[in-house]
Write a new protein. Structure first.
Lengths: 160, 566
């Protein structure tokens, strides 16, 4: 099962490498990883998507906790959360397909961020399912290049 | 505040931590620090190979319970220490390793004797540091000692760029260390303690399964109290030997791959397994689904990652073993449900059953005329030292025979590389222990294979007057691998025959040590007596039965009840 972990860690040289080294050394897998500093520049937040049964995810969480540079680990898939990913897609856009590409992008509330005589580069944000959907639809038209950021996620604020 | 050099600050930090002895090997990157050492009262022990420095610091730490310290230069000095660091890591031994590093401006330039030792040791240290700011040097060292010795102990490495050590800095006053990101749970949760105690009252066939955590937390007294209070048989991992007296009637000896028949049977038939400071290693559990299949499992461990890692645990207690055992003992003392006599009576059939297993298949071996049996050598060592020597071992058959046949009644008497299984550990570790306890007999039980991995440290032992006794169980083979080849590879002895080994008696002489040899059984006792009588460094070379095996043995991947017996 997929789990999205939010990891707060000290913004120190080597801290990221301790996390990735833990995953490779213990045979856990990382599906995506996003990291940047928080409001406190001494602390980074990492969103890490991994897959495994409950026992494995429990081990991952505990092992992450054990790293001295890690401040807090939250499995945000345990509660309500919002997740977003951004993708840049360079898609073929020739005379016959330009209009269709634009229509599709519009449906997904995407933006064209770069244009060449034969391609559009589009930016789309959304949960993983939306990213997957847009890729599936654009694929037959011809995707030349694709860059994904990986997921970032945040637990939903309590409603009361 | 007046400023001091980084070297002076490091020495002051060491003194602050109560360090009296360090083990090391100099080089360009640490030459400033070595210069400063000359003017300090800290004893520096010059080893002959950096691996020896870390093992000696580790042996010193295991024997004393204090933090061991090693000092290595950059590049090859640091990489040579890695095996020692990984050894300490796997057995949770508090060690602080200082390594030199090229000056900050050269880091990343492939400078002479530069290596990214922080990167290399990240997975085999509890934590490590590259000190890139002189103003953080003192705080880093203090934090390193705190990390190494608290919680689940382990090695911590501090990489010291040469120009940082040469910088001027202030020496702030020491304050209690508080780390936001590191707060080990020391005290047990009372609710969990109560659950565990109630499970103990319910059990009919309980077994205590204890590991190195009992020794690391100095919990042997509390453990013995609990075992005797409830009349529960105790089995020990290799790392747990000495955590409960080996001669106590409730002791089952070691469990696992080369554990006693009674230990493995008791665990397999138990209805309650109380694990204290052990981590369900594969050498202990054998085939996992057949390990303690009928038992409810209580697991006391300070490291939450150890719990339910290999085996699902019913009642986890995250705590320091000493604190948890103390809490359990007082729960029983205060409980109206607990009656010592009733419990003892209830466990009587179980204890009798366990004793029967022990009588049916005790640890034993076959005599063969005047051929020396390695087990006999260990028995004589045990008798002649009154079971009170500090025993270090190398790794392989020598280690297992020492674990099986020496009766450890006290903690910190067996120093052995359990987790990593490092051949070459025993001699430098023995030197570390001997320097910590000059009045104690320290014996390295070795094989002719392992001893050669760090035999150069004989010179260190001589130079620093650490007259340890090395007992080589010499069979001309890499015996443990040979045993596996005999049993599972049709006796195809691939690369396990040591065709050339040095004449260890002559070798001893070359190092200015005493060399003794026994080739017949009746020579064993006189040789050991002579070795123990002299205050010199001694190598004893015992020509043992060549194809002797270690038994019982649970073949890898089998259930622990499927033992091959003598």
């Amino acid at each position: 099962m997929k789990h999205t972990l939010s990891v707060l860690l000290q913004n120190k040289p080597g801290a990221l490498s301790r996390v990735t080294g833990l995953f490779s050394g213990r045979g856990f897998n990382i599906e995506s990883l996003c990291v940047a500093e928080t409001l406190d520049p001494k602390v980074s937040c990492m969103t890490l998507v991994t897959r495994g049964d409950d026992a494995i995810v429990e081990q991952i969480t505990k092992q992450l906790h054990k790293l001295i540079d890690v401040i807090k680990v939250t499995d945000i898939t345990e509660g309500e959360f919002v997740e977003r990913e951004m993708v840049l897609i360079r898609v073929k856009a020739e005379a016959t397909t330009r209009a269709e590409v634009l229509r599709i992008i519009d449906i997904f509330r995407g933006k064209v961020v770069d244009v060449s005589p034969t391609t559009y580069t589009v930016e789309i944000t959304g949960p993983e399912s939306k990213i997957k959907a847009v890729i599936d639809i654009l694929r037959p038209i011809g995707i030349k290049e694709i860059i994904r950021t990986g997921t970032i996620a945040m637990a939903r604020a309590p409603k009361n | 505040m007046s400023k001091i050099t980084g070297s002076q600050a490091i020495i002051k930090c060491l003194q602050e931590e109560g360090v009296d002895t360090i083990f090391g090997f100099p080089g360009g990157a640490v030459i400033d620090l070595y210069d400063e050492l000359l003017d300090s009262d800290i004893k520096h022990v010059l080893v002959r190979h950096e691996q020896g420095a870390v093992h000696a610091a580790d042996g010193y730490a295991r024997a004393t319970g204090k933090v061991g310290v090693a000092l290595l230069t950059s590049g090859p000095g640091a990489t040579n220490g890695v095996t020692g660091i990984a050894t300490a890591y796997m057995d949770s031994i508090p060690v602080v390793v200082f390594t030199g590093q090229v000056p900050r401006a050269l880091i990343g330039n492939d400078a002479f004797q530069e290596v990214d030792i922080v990167g290399i040791t990240r997975p085999c240290t509890k934590h490590n540091y590259l000190v890139s700011d002189p103003d953080e040097l003192v705080a880093t060292i203090r934090e390193a000692f705190y990390l190494a010795s608290s919680g689940r102990p382990g090695p911590v490495l501090i990489d010291l760029p040469k120009d940082v050590v040469a910088s001027m800095m202030s020496f702030p006053e020491k304050k209690p260390i508080k780390m936001k990101t590191y707060q080990p749970t020391v005290d047990p949760h009372p609710g969990q303690v109560e659950k565990a105690c109630k499970a103990c009252l319910k059990a009919k066939r309980p077994v205590l399964y204890i590991g190195g955590g009992v020794i690391l937390s100095n919990a042997n007294k509390e453990l013995t109290e609990l075992a005797e209070k409830l009349s529960i048989p105790v089995t020990m991992t290799l790392m747990g030997l000495g955590g409960f007296p080996g001669t106590n009637p409730l002791s089952l000896g070691m469990l696992g791959m080369h554990g006693s028949y009674a230990s493995n049977m008791a665990v397999a038939k138990s209805d309650l397994l109380i694990s204290v400071g052990a981590r369900f290693d594969d050498r202990v559990t054998g085939r996992l689904d057949a390990f303690a299949p009928h038992a409810k499992i209580i697991h006391i461990d300070i490291d939450p990652t150890s719990i339910s890692k290999n085996v699902d645990v019913d009642i986890p207690i995250v705590a320091d073993c000493k604190h948890a055992l103390r809490a359990m003992n007082s729960w029983f003392d205060d409980s109206k449900q607990f009656d010592r006599k009733v419990i003892k009576e209830k466990h009587k059939p179980w204890v009798e059953q366990v004793n029967q297993w022990n009588e049916k298949h005790p640890l034993t071996y076959h005599e063969e005329g005047d051929i020396i049996k390695p087990q006999y050598v260990i028995e004589v060592l045990n008798t002649l030292t009154g079971g009170d020597a500090i025993i270090t071992t190398e790794v392989g058959q020598n280690q297992m025979w020492a674990a099986q046949f020496y009766k450890f009644n006290e903690p910190r008497r067996l120093l052995t590389s359990g987790g990593l299984g490092t051949m070459g550990y025993g001699l430098p570790a023995a030197i570390g222990a001997k320097l910590a306890f000059p009045d104690k007999t320290v014996i390295d039980v070795a094989g002719d294979g392992s001893i050669q991995m760090n035999i150069q440290e004989l010179a260190t032992a001589r130079q620093y007057n650490a007259p340890v006794k090395v007992a080589i169980l010499n069979n001309g083979y890499l015996g443990m691998v040979r045993q596996w080849q005999e049993l599972f590879y049709n006796k195809r002895y691939s690369a396990t025959i040591m065709e050339i080994t040095p004449d260890f008696v002559e070798l001893a002489k070359a190092y200015g040590a005493v060399g003794l040899r026994a080739t017949k059984k009746d020579e064993v006792e006189p040789v050991i007596k002579e070795a123990l009588a002299t205050d010199k460094l001694v190598i004893m070379d015992f020509a043992i039965s060549r194809e002797e095996g270690v038994f019982p043995m649970v073949p890898a991947g089998k259930a622990t009840t499927e033992m091959l017996l003598v």
